[in-house]
Design a protein around this ligand. Structure first.
Ligand SMILES: Nc1ncnc2c1ncn2[C@@H]1O[C@H](COP(=O)(O)OP(=O)(O)OP(=O)(O)O)[C@@H](O)[C@H]1O
Ligand SMILES: [Mg+2]
Length: 388
């Protein structure tokens, strides 16, 4: 952890000047807020202001005295884990600056409270448009979906390859892609981010993230690398073009991943049937094929066979039209039953549409799964059966 971070988290009185840093040649300015200021802005963290709740805290809409609309994330519990989340988030946010990444507006660090302040994104999250309160309005037409796909891929490309040290996000999912007034996507939530030291190709870590988006090698063995984000991006892309949830609970209680649903349709060449029915046939067929191709590459079970984000961006932009694109097949992934059992969100899912604040979309709040102890011995045979 950098020294600036230890300063910010250990003391309430941080010199505001130190909070304004030169990043990438531009001014990335964020400041320290007082608790009172954020309390007033959010109407006392009122339920009416609640935008939603995640695994680690609640997010409130607010307006500062100078008229700026903000989103304030109030971390749930101040234990050492929450402290670490906060520390990582502030450290990472302070480093990044990209049009497709949600930067930091400021924070408050008190004795028993941690608050993170972001710009408020008026079109909320991709989740709210695909499966939440805006889903029926279908504001996400095909063009916007492609813009969301390319923009979020560019944000990830920056994290993986342009910022130093490289950053693995580890929680790419629809609720962490926010949409500005112009439907430009901004990837949010770097609390899970992992800073990668120079020259390290992968690390082993406790598994954090959201089940439907987790790469198999990460879910099972905690093996984390940039390609875990690439996998999650593939799931996000499939979700974006199909309007399906990463894991669905079928009648009878069986849970099915989006890749299990898509694989047979792709194999039979029924690509048009993959497009979100809400689009009513209004999509560009070539782009749909391109997007499904990219998703199929991203969700390959072997991490080294997945593309880098640069290739993903190039294909989505049409720069690399023929590259690696034939024959079109998708590998489907089925998580182990123990992991699926942790997926409480889809267990609670009803038939109707859920309210964004209760997290009930059949996508998952953050989970933390203890790494399996001797994966090769215990799971080797099963892995062969399920993933190859
Ligand atoms: N800057 C923002 N503008 C508008 N809505 C936001 C903003 N930041 C977060 N939200 C919304 O608030 C809700 C809660 O966000 P939060 O990040 O706490 O949880 P999450 O993304 O659902 O899960 P996780 O804890 O795994 O990230 C989400 O629906 C998110 O899209
Ligand atoms: Mg989030």
């Amino acid at each position: 952890m950098g020294s600036s971070l230890s300063a910010c988290c250990s003391s309430e009185k941080v010199d505001e000047e130190r909070a304004t840093r030169e990043i990438g040649g531009g001014q990335a300015s964020w400041r320290i807020f007082s608790y009172k200021e954020l309390q007033t802005a959010t109407n006392g963290f009122s339920d009416d202001n609640l935008l939603g709740e995640g695994g680690f805290g609640s997010v409130y809409w607010g307006k500062t005295s100078d008229g700026l609309q903000i989103a304030v994330k109030k971390l749930k519990a101040m234990n050492s884990k929450a402290e670490m989340e906060f520390a990582v988030e502030v450290e990472v946010l302070g480093r990044v600056r990209h049009k497709n990444l949600l930067g930091l507006r400021g924070y408050y660090a008190g004795a028993d409270q941690r608050l993170i302040v972001y710009d408020y994104m008026p079109n909320l999250s991709l989740l709210s448009h695909l499966h939440g309160q805006f889903a029926s309005e279908v504001q996400l037409d095909w063009k916007r979906r492609m813009k969301v796909a390319i923009g979020s891929a560019e944000g990830l490309l920056y994290l993986h390859h342009e910022v130093t040290p490289h950053i693995i996000h580890r929680d790419i999912k629809a609720s962490n892609v926010l949409l500005d007034s112009d439907f430009e996507p901004l990837v949010a939530d770097f609390g899970f981010a992992k800073l990668i030291p120079e020259g390290v190709s992968h690390m082993t870590t406790r598994v954090k993230g959201t089940l439907g988006y987790l790469a198999p090698e990460y879910a099972m063995w905690g093996k984390v690398s940039e390609s875990c984000d690439v996998y999650s991006f593939g799931i996000l892309l499939l979700e974006l073009v199909t309007g399906r949830k990463p894991i669905e609970k079928l009648p009878g209680g069986v849970k099915r991943t989006i890749t299990e649903w898509a694989e047979p349709l792709i194999t039979k060449g029924k690509l048009k049937e993959l497009a979100d029915p809400k689009l009513r046939g209004n999509f560009d067929e070539a782009q749909l094929k391109q997007a499904i191709n990219v998703a199929a590459l991203c969700v390959k079970s072997e991490p080294e066979k997945r593309p880098k984000m640069k290739e993903v961006v190039d294909i989505l932009k049409g720069y690399e039209a023929k590259a690696r694109l034939t024959p079109l097949r998708m590998e489907s992934v089925r998580y182990k039953e123990e992991l699926l059992a942790l997926d409480q969100a889809s267990d609670e899912e009803g038939d109707g549409e859920a309210d964004e604040s209760n997290n009930g979309y059949g996508v998952f709040s953050a989970i933390e799964v203890q790494k399996m102890q001797d994966p090769y011995k215990v799971l080797g045979e099963r892995r062969t059966a399920k993933y190859r």
